[in-house]
Design a protein around this ligand. Sequence first.
Ligand code: FMN
Length: 342
Amino acid sequence: VTPEELARAAQAVLPADVYAYVASGAGAQTTLAANDAAWAALAFRPRALAAAGPPDTRTTLLGTAVATPIGVAPTASHALLSPEAEPGTARGAREAGSLYVLSTRSSTPLEEVAAHAGPWWFQLYALRDAGLTRELAVRAAAAGAGALVLTGDTPVLGRRERGSGTRLLPPGRGPLAVLGRDVDVRAELLEQDPHVGWDAVGRLAEASGLPVVVKGVLRADDAQQARSAGAAAVVVSNHGGRQLDGAVATARALPEVVDTVGGDLEVYVDGGLRRGTDVLRALALGARAVLVGRPVLWALATGGGDGVRELLTGLTAELALALQLAGCPDVAVVPRDLVLPS
Ligand SMILES: Cc1cc2nc3c(=O)[nH]c(=O)nc-3n(C[C@H](O)[C@H](O)[C@H](O)COP(=O)(O)O)c2cc1C
């Protein structure tokens, strides 16, 4: 199944507004398109007679062993896509040996998801209600999350013209269903806090005892800020083109981040990674791992947790093939000169 076929199959089974909510980007969707194009623009320089046997795709992410550097990006409201919802996604990722990053906007309580998960991290939005934010951090740690992923590109939601998620949510699956209890605060306190700054990194690390990963870094100076603030890793991300339209494609932002903090922090990337060859390009630019967003949701919609497993194992097999064809024996040592500068 090609990435395009998978998206079409999901479109065929989903209500039109749910499909549009997932598929769309912000504004004119410039960044959404740029993400895909920037990976495709990177040409490989494969090695001849490299004597490289079957490659090893195993790696570690902040010390956690995974079978593949391809993980699941945090995405909201899986109940919109399948009755299996987040527990299905968690199981699929576990069976593929992939990291699962659970969203704050999960439609299932986090402890219930954790019961189905292999290695998993918790994506945190700093909410206007600081007490709830802290509760999420502490409960994620108690439930076995290996890290907190603080999303830094969403002070408010970007303008998406083609579908809104929250108005589609079924009863009991609301914006803080992840807590699994009624929350007696004004609705706007459940939104992201637009005033959150770099000091949140230390605060959340202290509250949870977990390493903090900052997601949404697109510049070298912000990567330095993340390091100074005590982050353990960064995700180069423009939120799949759903926040500031016109933001730089992640394939173009990745090298400056790797060059600046790659010696000290793990660097991951997401946005438009659709094939094993895209993953190899990301590894060549210095990413330690990649996260995949929309394709996981399409796989969940069409095949439940089994579909998610098949997607992730299929992408990992594609990556292994690409590594071998390029003459690289190991995901951990893909040299930058494997791709031509774009
Ligand atoms: C439907 C949808 C919901 C998302 N929800 C979240 C979220 O709750 N938290 C977050 O940090 N990122 C969220 N993202 C962004 C993803 O984590 C990721 O950055 C992006 O989807 C990667 O691009 P890709 O979809 O092209 O793979 C969402 C993306 C989509 C498509």
